[in-house]
Design a protein around this ligand. Structure first.
Ligand code: SF4
Ligand code: SF4
Length: 228
């Protein structure tokens, strides 16, 4: 890895100003999004998109988190945000920042776990993994099933239902159309462009495959390194 010492120190120093932000059995009737094969393995069609992140660009401001909850719920709340940004001041740049986004997993254990098909991947919406709060019965099985830490499905104590990143498909408080083919609020507002959108999912068995280099010439003009 090529490291520009000055820029690395700048990034690290800036982050030190910031405080941590918080820190198949029931597949009958699924509407063409998932089904059980003869061996009971669940097949869910691949999402048409997902978010990727650049840990070296993120400065931990949390703008993406408050905007996520504003777009979905009309209120700025980090606990209602579907993207989670956390900082560990005891770690060094760039491992000090963690950007936790839903991976829109190919096999989506959260979708497979839902007993009432509230967590689904509809063809109409590009197979984005999405939870219908009106259908959710609050069993939390999808939260339990998500293999990521922190879980990419959250419990919403207000609606008493599970929620997850839907790539801004259901954003009544956002003017633009969200979802695949539309706008993702977190990507749009990030002041340093640390969030990207891809239409082909990366390697599924490598946890770091959603961490990419989003730096460009404009980034270089600030004196920071654009190389990995
Ligand atoms: S919520 Fe978890 S299991 Fe479901 S698609 Fe996202 S990362 Fe995968
Ligand atoms: S808005 Fe961008 S810089 Fe701020 S926390 Fe989110 S990803 Fe990081």
């Amino acid at each position: 890895m090529t490291t520009n010492k000055n820029s690395s120190e700048m990034d690290t120093g800036r982050r030190h100003f910031l405080a941590a932000i918080g820190g198949a059995g029931m597949l009958i009737g699924l509407s063409g999004t998932a089904y059980a094969l003869r061996d009971e393995k669940i097949y869910i069609k691949t999402s048409g998109g997902a978010l990727v992140v650049d840990l070296k660009k993120c400065m931990g401001c949390g703008t993406c988190m408050t905007t996520c909850s504003l777009a979905h719920h009309g209120k700025a709340s980090v606990s209602l945000s579907r993207i989670q940004i956390t900082q560990d001041v005891f770690k060094s740049f760039p491992q000090d920042i963690e950007m936790s986004t839903c991976l829109q997993c190919e096999d989506a254990p959260c979708v497979a776990a839902c007993p009432v098909n509230a967590n689904k991947a509809s063809e109409d919406f590009g197979f984005v993994r999405d939870i219908d709060p009106a259908k959710c019965i609050g069993c939390m099985q999808c939260i339990e099933a998500c293999p990521q830490t922190p879980k990419r499905v959250q419990w919403n104590p207000i609606t008493r239902s599970a929620q997850k990143c839907d790539l801004c498909l259901n954003t009544p408080y956002m003017e633009e159309q969200g979802g695949i083919g539309g706008v993702q609020a977190c990507k749009k507002v990030c002041p340093v462009g640390a969030i990207g959108f891809i239409t082909e999912l990366p390697e599924q068995n490598l946890p770091q495959s959603y961490v990419v280099n989003l730096r460009n010439e404009n980034w270089a003009k600030t004196g920071k390194t654009i190389e990995d």
